[in-house]
Design a protein around this ligand. Structure first.
Ligand code: SF4
Ligand code: SF4
Length: 131
């Protein structure tokens, strides 16, 4: 019994040693998210505009119904999203919107620090999503 006790304690002390901890001192230290992490969305820019062609596929597949798109046509007859907004308070970060996009105009970044004080700041407009 003492042997198991000592073994358990040795594991505990091992994790107290520098370099063996599984946690970091956030926010002083930050972990890099994996490449597959689904954080804040980003609208991909292309040729001085957004790549999005306002096809409405992403708001259609979104299970949380938190994407608002309003299509318009520019002077060259191309469709573009006059309005594109994601309400992050409702988003469940499932990534379906990114998968559904036929032109790869939407991606999810590694940004996870999304805390805010006001509800309005969780409304990510086209301009904010293009940054
Ligand atoms: S990640 Fe999911 S819930 Fe969030 S906007 Fe995309 S489809 Fe909707
Ligand atoms: S699926 Fe892609 S192209 Fe269609 S509205 Fe969404 S972001 Fe735009």
């Amino acid at each position: 019994m003492f042997k198991e006790f000592a073994k358990g304690l040795s594991i505990t002390f091992k994790h107290l040693m520098p370099g063996h901890s599984t946690t970091v001192e956030y926010p002083k230290q930050k972990l890099a998210p994996s490449a597959r992490f689904r954080g804040l969305h980003r609208l991909v820019p292309a040729h001085q505009r957004e790549k999005c062609v306002a096809c409405y596929l992403c708001p259609t597949v979104c299970p949380a119904k938190c994407i608002t798109v309003d299509a318009a046509e520019n002077e060259r007859g191309e469709k573009y999203p006059r309005v594109y907004t994601i309400d992050l308070l409702r988003c469940i970060f499932c990534g379906y919107c990114v998968e559904a996009c036929p032109v790869e105009a939407l991606e999810m970044t590694g940004t996870y620090e999304l805390a805010n004080y006001k509800r309005a700041d969780f409304e990510f407009t086209k301009e904010r999503l293009l940054k």
